[in-house]
Each structure stands twice: as C-alpha cells, then as structure tokens.
Design a protein around this ligand. Structure first.
Ligand SMILES: [Fe+2]
Length: 229
C-alpha cells in the first residue's frame, strides 16, 4: 500500500516484484483457453469468494463484482472443454492434453501448505484471509474432479482417490520445487512474459508523450483565454 504505480511497474520489469506462478506457463492450443478459464479462473475464484469476506472493506466490496465476472470466465472455459471433450478424437486429445499441463500449476496457485507459508497465520489472525491455502486447495479439488469426470477426462494424478472418511479427495504430492523455481523467475515463460511487458511499455512511449503534449497545449490555451477575459 502507498506504492506509486510507476515504481510497481519498474519493480515488475526489473524482476523484483513477485506475481502469480500461473502466468509463466505456455498456452499452446485452443483447448488451453478452455482449461485456463475452467481451472485457473476456477482456482482464482476459490480465493476470491473467500475474499468477499475479508476484513479490509474496500477489497471485500470490490471482490463481489470481480467474482461475478470471474465466474463467467470459469463457465466459458468449462464450456469450451466440454465441447472439445465430446468432439472428435483429436479434439478430445487436445482437451486432455491441456488438463494434463494446467492441473498441477493450478493447484500451486493456492500457495505453499499453511505449514510452510510465511504469511498465512498473520493473515488469518487479522481475518484478511478467512481460510488457509490447504483448505482452499482441497475445496477446489473436490469441486473440480466431478467436472472432469462429467467431461470424461482424466485428472493427471495417479494418487487421486475419494476418501470416504474425510468426505474429500486425497491427492498426490505437489512439486514445490517447480513452484519455487517459477516464482523465482525461472519458469518456462517468465522471461518471455516480462519481455513482452517491457516491449509494450517502450513501444507505447510515443503515445504517452503525445498525450502529455496535448494536455499541456490545452492547459496553455485555457490559461491564455483566462488572462484575455
Ligand atoms: Fe478471469
């Protein structure tokens, strides 16, 4: 809080700002647009629905609108996946392939286990977060597995199994080395994503300059009119 927009952007471009792991994976097929909406927006919503009850009022109120928008993305994504999964063998293969690639990175979006998360306890104590990372991840898995089954797709986790006693799915080990690596800037697309952002800023410099020049010209003209009157 209190940071200047320009500084935040500079930090991002210099590789100093952390951002979600998920933006550093490649999108290689149309099915990815479906899988991203279904899984990535789905995981985001899991967090954001909780944040509608965060103790910080402005954030909580903004989240209500954001959740409406995001749930539309999620449904649109699942709709794409359903169409592909019920299409030709090639289309079904595309859907399965994108599920295979996006499943684990989506689970990582919830962050490390609460046992290893530095900020979880403080955020929960202040009610900034109302649920821990592990609880949110488990809820996401429990609601997403039946959606995959309905589409006749296979979750890429041989250890995934319904646990009658817990009333939840048990699941396999998450590769936290991969997660840490991506967060540190060494994921498959980190460099390319940041390069694209830098290029957009450089290539847009003339637009900002022109807008400033126009603003100054208008201001000068208004001042001249003022003193003439
Ligand atoms: Fe979205």
């Amino acid at each position: 809080m209190g940071a200047r927009r320009e500084d935040t952007i500079d930090d991002l471009h210099a590789g100093k700002a952390k951002y979600s792991n998920i933006f550093n994976y490649p999108t290689v097929s149309w099915a990815d647009i479906g899988a991203i909406g279904w899984l990535v927006d789905g995981a985001a919503i899991q967090n954001q629905v909780m944040l509608t009850r965060t103790s910080y009022g402005p954030y909580s109120r903004a989240m209500v609108k954001i959740c409406k928008e995001e749930s539309f993305h999620q449904r649109q994504g699942y709709e794409i996946i359903l169409h592909l999964a019920n299409g030709t063998p090639e289309q079904k293969k595309m859907a399965q392939d994108s599920l295979n690639r996006w499943w684990w990175p989506s689970l990582m979006m919830f962050g490390p286990s609460d046992k290893n998360s530095t900020h979880s306890q403080q955020s929960l104590a202040w009610k900034i977060k109302r649920q821990g990372n592990d609880e949110l991840r488990q809820e996401f898995i429990d609601k997403t597995v039946p959606q995959a089954e309905f589409a006749n797709l296979t979750i890429p986790d041989p250890d995934l199994k319904w646990n009658e006693e817990r009333g939840s799915y048990d699941f396999g080990e998450i590769d936290w080395n991969e997660f840490m690596n991506v967060i540190k800037g060494n994921g498959p697309m980190n460099k390319s994503r940041i390069d694209a952002r830098k290029a957009a800023k450089d290539n847009g410099a003339w637009v900002r300059e022109a807008a400033n020049a126009y603003h100054n010209k208008k201001k000068k003209r208004a001042e001249a009119n003022q003193s003439a009157a």
